[in-house]
Design a binder for this molecule. Structure first.
Ligand code: ADP
Ligand code: MG
Length: 620
């Protein structure tokens, strides 16, 4: 066996991370302890699972524990675990590249948030490389669990390269030997180490000792009853489990005996990383069976739209020695998913009622995911619809209402739940549609996010009330009892103007009519719910960006025969054809713009200059 060390270069991205870590001024250097202990704990967890299925495990009788030793005089710290260890290839792959979650998330965050490197180290951990904040030299002695493997020693001082050399006589697992920089000699002191380990590792599921003395109590807090756990313990557990530096926004500690035996502790983080545009949330709810970890990130335990959840689910109904792959499509997992999802939705509904402020905070961060669920997951549609919040004409700007409260306020004979979509509350209010609703005392939900209309169309119905857009012609407005208006065009004139307009506007509209919607505005667009209708078109626009090549929408123009512009148009339509055409086209574009359907304003702008020319005195 050759004893000559082999030198390797770190992968380019790794060097970049190392460079930041080594030169960072990040003050909580001690987090490297959390990272190394968590790696040791992961390695032990993997071994515990292997022992269930593998007959031959090297050093099979070793205790599953973590031993830390400090050497004050040599300025040295050692962290040893009896976990799975690594082969030579695994060493290159695991400690030479950053293919791993901790440091990968760090890299991604770094790319999207270039400047605040220091703060990111604390948030994302950086994994193994964080040790180079305090180390002058690091050696990782390791021996794989496989019987036919051999011992290796990886060594680096954190600059461009590392070396690997074979090393005999090792026990199974990994021993990290850290030669500390002089400035960080504190970490070679026993008391300091005990303090740091207690802080970060209270929930590690394996015994940890410092210089032979045990420092943690192995404790599965999710198995305890609620009133035995303090808020601080919950918070610490969350921070440990979710690797978060902030306290969670919500927690649900839930146990059941039937239909399945479940002990679960679920958390909602304070922040939605997706919203910050960093990366997709990944469900980090670990699956345990009687405290033994089965899968740290099981894929099918929750529906997609709950991917922000963190925590633990423990069920004694789970078979211990089943592979992850068979687990993923097991009936049991589906059942767990069902029970937990229902329970969590109930919890959210309770929060919405009892902890309004907190729920609002939740809604601001994770509302988009609830909307995603409401639009895509038919199973929970009604429960999810119940959780949605909107602005409304019945409330002051900034205040939000849910559908249940809307139903409570609704008049007995109102058939539909009404909404309007627009870029902002102001733009909806300035449009032509609300006036008719106001006049009839109908409340309208004001939707301002591009996905909202799609969500509403997908839900379609809530508690037997249809949900419709107030500009849809599927929804009929009652006639108002108004005095006959002497100034209005009469029926015959109106009809003739409608025909003239349809003739002028041609294919741009599918019809021109008079209706019940207009009170103060001259015109508006009404569109069907069909595939070519107004709301379908807005959705297409949202999904494809600007739809340059979309066919013209099937929309109708409604006119207000009482409005001065309409009456004026009737008068000039035969006498001043040029102006009348200008007015007709401009009215249509204005109505389209109010319905968020005007794709390209250039033509309208050119036309409006023509109109202005007619108004302003011409220079000669
Ligand atoms: P992460 O833990 O997020 O995967 P790290 O940078 O902390 O990233 O570790 C990189 C990889 O190195 C781990 O995924 C693991 O495969 C390996 N590793 C680190 N420490 C140990 C250890 N004590 N025992 C076995 N493997 C380890
Ligand atoms: Mg790690």
């Amino acid at each position: 066996m050759s004893k000559k060390p082999k030198t390797h270069e770190f992968q380019a991205e790794t060097r970049q991370v190392l460079d930041i870590v080594v030169n960072s001024l990040y003050k909580d250097k001690e987090i490297f302890v959390r990272e190394l202990i968590s790696n040791a704990s992961d390695a032990l967890e993997k071994l515990r699972r292997l022992q269930l299925t593998e007959k031959e495990v090297f050093d099979d009788n070793l205790e599953l524990e973590i031993n830390v030793t400090t050497d004050d005089s040599a300025n040295q710290l050692t962290i040893q675990d009896f976990g799975v260890g690594m082969t030579e290839d695994e060493l290159v792959e695991n400690l030479g590249t950053i293919a791993h979650s901790g440091s990968k998330e760090f890299m991604e965050a770094l790319k999207s948030d270039g400047e605040k490197n220091e703060a990111l180290i604390g948030k994302f951990g950086v994994g193994f490389y964080s040790v180079f904040m305090v180390a002058e030299k690091v050696q990782a002695y390791t021996r794989t669990w496989k019987n036919d493997g051999d011992g290796q020693c990886w060594e680096s001082d954190g600059d461009g390269s590392y070396s690997i050399e074979s090393s005999d006589g090792q026990r199974r697992g990994t021993k990290i030997v850290i030669k500390l920089k002089d400035d960080f000699a504190e970490f070679a002191k026993e008391d300091r180490m005990k303090e740091v380990i207690k802080k970060y590792s209270a929930f590690v599921q394996f015994p940890i000792s410092v210089n032979g003395e045990k420092v943690n109590t192995v404790d599965a807090i999710w198995m305890r009853s609620k009133n035995e756990v303090t808020d601080e313990e919950y918070e610490e557990f969350y921070k440990f489990q979710a690797n978060d530096y902030e306290a969670p926004l919500m927690r649900m500690h839930f146990s059941a005996d039937a239909p399945l035996e479940i002990n679960s502790l679920l958390f909602v983080p304070k922040r939605n990383m997706e919203k910050m545009g960093m990366f997709r949330n990944e469900n980090k709810v670990a699956l345990h069976c009687r405290k033994v970890l089965i899968d740290a990130e099981p894929k099918a335990l929750f529906p997609e739209w709950l991917r922000f959840l963190k925590g633990v689910v423990d069920s004694s109904d789970l078979p211990l020695n089943v592979s992850r792959e068979t687990m993923q499509d097991s009936e049991l997992l589906r059942k767990l998913n069902q029970v937990l999802t229902k329970r969590f939705l109930r919890f959210l509904n309770e929060q919405a009622k009892k902890e309004e402020q907190n729920y609002l905070e939740f809604w601001n961060e994770f509302g988009t995911l609830i909307k995603e669920g409401a639009a895509t997951d038919f199973t929970y549609r009604e429960d999810l619809a119940k959780l949605l919040l909107f602005e409304s004409t019945a409330l002051d700007p900034g205040k939000l209402t849910g559908l249940d409260a809307y139903l409570d306020r609704m008049a007995k004979d109102q058939k539909e739940i009404l909404f309007l979509f627009g870029k902002s509350r102001e733009s909806i209010e300035a449009g032509p549609y609300l006036e008719a609703m106001h006049a009839r005392g109908l409340e309208v939900l004001l939707l301002t996010e591009p996905v909202d209309e799609y969500v509403m169309q997908s839900i379609n119905e809530y508690k037997e009330k249809k949900i419709v857009s107030a500009d849809s012609d599927d929804f009929e407005l009652e006639k108002l009892d108004q005095d006959e208006d002497a100034d209005s065009l009469d029926e015959e004139k109106t009809k003739s103007l409608c025909e003239w307009l349809k003739d002028k506007l041609g294919d741009k509209v599918s019809g021109v009519e008079t209706g019940e919607r207009l009170i103060d505005s001259p015109v508006c667009i009404v569109g069907g719910d069909g595939p070519g209708g107004a709301s379908a078109r807005r959705m297409m626009k949202m999904m494809q960006g600007m739809g340059e090549n979309m066919p013209a929408p099937e929309v109708k123009l409604q006119i207000n025969p009482k409005h001065t512009i309409i009456r004026g148009l009737y008068e000039i339509r035969d006498t001043d054809e040029e102006t009348a055409s200008l007015v007709a086209d401009q009215l249509l574009d204005n109505a389209m713009a109010s319905a968020n359907l005007l794709d390209d304003p250039r033509e309208m702008i050119a036309r409006s200059y023509k109109a202005l020319e007619k108004l302003a005195p011409t220079a000669s």
